[in-house]
Unconditional design. Structure first.
Ligand code: DGJ
Length: 743
């Protein structure tokens, strides 16, 4: 790892593992993108900016400055001065003029990496000297009195480059930011594909690949959260790139609110990637002396397809983003009562579940929605965070003590950011809800969103949660958020500042969770948003795990978890076994398959254990044992995708390999049985080719009994290049897990 300035060539070279990121200064003032890819180590690479190609030379031929700007590979493009592609920055002056031209002025190379105030930020790693380095480039628009600082960080143990930017108003008049994106990157790419993640409620983060085409292709959110529908991620890849081969360039946004991620193919066949806060509905007033900090973008290059890209993201997030003490700890196996009871529960029902759960080895009971105010359906009481003693006679402490006495830990659900119109809070403080005066706000799930741009609301919300946590020994919080924003107005922010509400709201959420972490450092926090609507790197900074989706069907989960694991370590994916028929799709899958699929995440149960058959309860005992055996490997290992049901419509397969390659775990799910078929050959990945591995079956479906594979020993090379013959299985939705141990 390193950052160097090549003075003679006017180049900055950031080296991260086998990757380098090169920035050039053209004509002494324009910051240009030279290269992001495999290490070249050639100081003459600045020609890639094409500044010497006539007529695109700005200084020698002023008439052609416009052509120059529209072709120049910018590191941070600005609006209105000749670059007609989409830009990062657009600023309006107090006089109402738009346009901004940034000139490079100087640089700093820093040891380590500074934090971003109030925002999640990738960090270097525990006090390690030499763990990371940062480059800052200062640029100015003298007419506006605006300073822009571009920041780039690299780390000793990662090939990712982390970018952000900050704006400083050095003038004496306010500036109006109409567009303030975090990063852009221009690359030559005449043919390629764009990869994004798309979905909906219960169908989050499905991978979508399409050809790059002339013009703009983008995903975005202006829902106030990152959202079920789009994900703050994009990657461009060579046409032939796949899991293990081909070049991929990816960007992922460390932010939890409105975003835009765009790929724009220009008239010259270059592609511009842009990422940042969505300009729609955004305007920020930057007063003299004020600073605006933009959230970070993680840039990843892989020359070995999506698989390597995933592993770079996973390692970066585990090593440099998640701060929770649970990161490297075994998470408790929990049972959550949502799908078991919905709102219909009381202390006795919860204790019944807890007693049975304890017998089977489950470690924590989580009480979901419905324990407070007068909430018996989803139409009231949000904001009134007082225990409903009709349901929990004797109060919360009484329940928690009894659960603890059984030997289980206790967790609780909150939806702190919301208020129901039917609540004491709304009746007393209707102005605390986000709304536009004179307009009846749109309800969604019969609730409104609280105005977290208001410090007193943040304080109220914090105290509501903290008071409950102080009142009993609570080990876990599920922090939910079940609606998107409409009627985006604040009774607190003045006329000029309404465009700041979306971003200020997100800053409020971050402040709340930061305070929670400080006061309750041992709390295990799981974020959630109507399933997985706010599963993003921003939230990972505060919670080590996020509920992936309300869809707990084992088959639906395959595509959801594949898309999520494209970017996120398995240890972050909230995944539970639920009852069948599944509450969303009505599908019936074997209990074992549900267990195997949930084992790829944090693992737990989402069902009424008291209603299960003895056979199913015995399977829970079995799954609990497996979880204890495999959790460290799943949590810390390298993830490999072997096959995708989303692509082949028949089966799914993934693998986790220990960092030292001493152990691996493969999970295979046969979604649909095929007639007249032989054994399936699966090639493993990531093993030591020279080592010998013994196969240990750890969960086999009944049809395969008698064809046991346990005990076989094979070379890693055989398993990876020759492949494993998996005997034919009968029946749909069957699964098997195989452990490989180096002998
Ligand atoms: C949405 C979550 O995703 C569910 O798991 C559950 O907690 C409900 N909200 C409760 O309202």
């Amino acid at each position: 790892m390193g950052i160097e300035y090549l003075e003679r060539e006017g180049l900055f070279r950031l080296a991260a593992g086998n990757v380098e990121y090169v920035i050039g200064i053209a004509d002494g003032k324009y910051v240009g993108h030279v290269y992001f890819g495999k290490r070249m180590g050639d100081n003459r690479c600045g020609c890639l900016m094409r500044t010497e190609e006539a007529p695109f030379v700005p200084s020698k031929n002023l008439r052609e400055k416009c052509s120059f700007a529209d072709m120049f590979p910018a590191e941070y493009s600005s609006w209105g001065v000749g670059d007609y592609r989409d830009s990062c920055l657009n600023v309006r002056s107090e006089e109402g003029f738009r346009g901004c031209e940034l000139h490079y002025e100087g640089y700093r190379i820093l040891e380590g990496k500074p934090k971003l105030p109030g925002l999640p930020s990738v960090f270097c790693g525990e006090g390690e000297a030499g763990a990371g380095m940062t480059l800052e480039l200062d640029c100015r628009d003298k007419v506006l009195g605006l300073k822009v600082v571009l920041r780039y960080s690299v780390f000793a143990d990662s090939e990712a480059v982390v970018r952000s930017a900050r704006l400083v108003n050095e003038g004496d008049k306010p500036l109006y930011l109409e567009r303030a994106l975090s990063a852009c990157m221009d690359m030559d790419m005449e043919e390629g594909d764009l990869l994004t993640l798309a979905g909906s409620w219960a169908r989050e983060r499905h991978m979508v690949r399409r050809p790059l085409a002339f013009g703009k292709q983008m995903v975005s959110s202006f829902r106030g959260e990152s959202g079920h529908q789009d994900h703050p991620f994009l990657a461009v890849m060579e046409r032939g790139a796949g899991q293990d081969q081909g070049e991929v360039w990816a960007m992922h946004f460390v932010y939890s609110g409105n975003f835009v991620a765009e790929a724009q193919v220009s008239q010259f066949g270059s592609v511009r990637l842009l990422m940042g806060i969505n300009p729609e509905g955004f305007e920020w007033v930057l007063k003299p002396g004020e600073v605006f900090v933009m959230p970070e973008v993680v840039c990843v290059y892989s020359d070995e397809g999506l698989g390597k890209m995933s592993r770079i993201f996973h390692d970066l997030y585990r090593g440099h983003l998640i701060r929770s003490p649970y990161l490297h700890r075994k998470r408790p196996i929990l049972i959550n009562n949502w799908e078991a009871t919905y709102f219909d529960f009381d202390t006795e029902k919860l204790l019944e579940i807890a007693r049975e759960a304890k017998k089977r080895g489950i470690e924590m009971l989580v009480m979901d929605d419905g324990w407070f105010g007068d909430r018996n359906i989803d139409e009231g009481s949000l904001g009134d965070w007082e225990v409903n003693e009709k349901k929990l006679p004797g109060g919360l402490l009484h329940l928690v003590e009894q659960v603890k006495a059984l030997g289980l830990d206790f967790g609780i659900w909150f939806e702190p950011e919301m208020v129901s119109p039917d609540s004491k809070l709304y009746r007393t403080r209707p102005d605390w809800a986000i709304h536009i005066p004179g307009r009846e706000p749109v309800q969604s799930r019969a609730q409104y969103v609280l105005d977290l741009s208001r410090p007193e609301v943040v304080d109220y919300v914090y105290e509501s949660v903290a008071r409950i946590l102080r009142s009993a020994p609570i080990s876990y919080v599920k922090w939910d958020m079940n609606r998107q924003m409409t009627d985006v107005g604040s009774a607190f922010l003045g006329r000029e500042h309404q465009g700041e509400l979306f971003h200020r709201y997100v800053l409020g959420v971050y402040e709340l969770q930061e305070r929670l972490m400080k006061e309750f450092p041992e709390l295990l926090l799981e974020n959630c948003a109507s399933g997985g609507a706010r599963f993003d790197p921003g939230m990972l900074y505060y919670s080590p795990q996020i509920w992936c989706s309300d869809d707990t069907d084992a088959v639906e989960r395959l595509a959801i978890q594949e898309g999520t694991a494209l970017l996120y370590p398995l240890s972050t994916m909230g995944a539970h076994v639920s009852a069948c028929p599944n509450h969303i799709v009505g599908r019936v899958t074997p209990f074992q398959t549900r267990g195997h699929v949930a084992m790829a995440g944090t693992f737990g149960y989402e069902l009424d254990i008291t209603k299960l058959s003895e056979e199913e309860k015995l399977q829970i005992e079995e799954q609990v044992k497996m979880y204890h055996r495999f959790q460290p490997l799943v949590r810390e290992g390298d993830y490999y995708r072997i096959a995708s049901w989303r692509e082949n419509h028949r089966y799914d397969c993934w693998q986790v390999v220990a960092k030292d390659k001493g152990e691996a775990l493969m999970t295979y799910v046969q979604v649909l049985a095929e007639p007249n078929w032989h054994s399936r050959r699966l090639r493993l990945k990531g093993l030591d080719p020279e080592a010998e591995y013994r196969l240990e079956e750890v969960g086999t479906c009944q049809e395969m009994a008698g064809k046991a594979m346990a005990g076989q020993v094979h070379k890693g090379a055989f398993l990876m290049y020759g492949g494993l013959l998996l005997p034919r299985m009968e029946g749909d939705f069957r699964s098997i897990m195989i452990r490989f141990v180096r002998v």
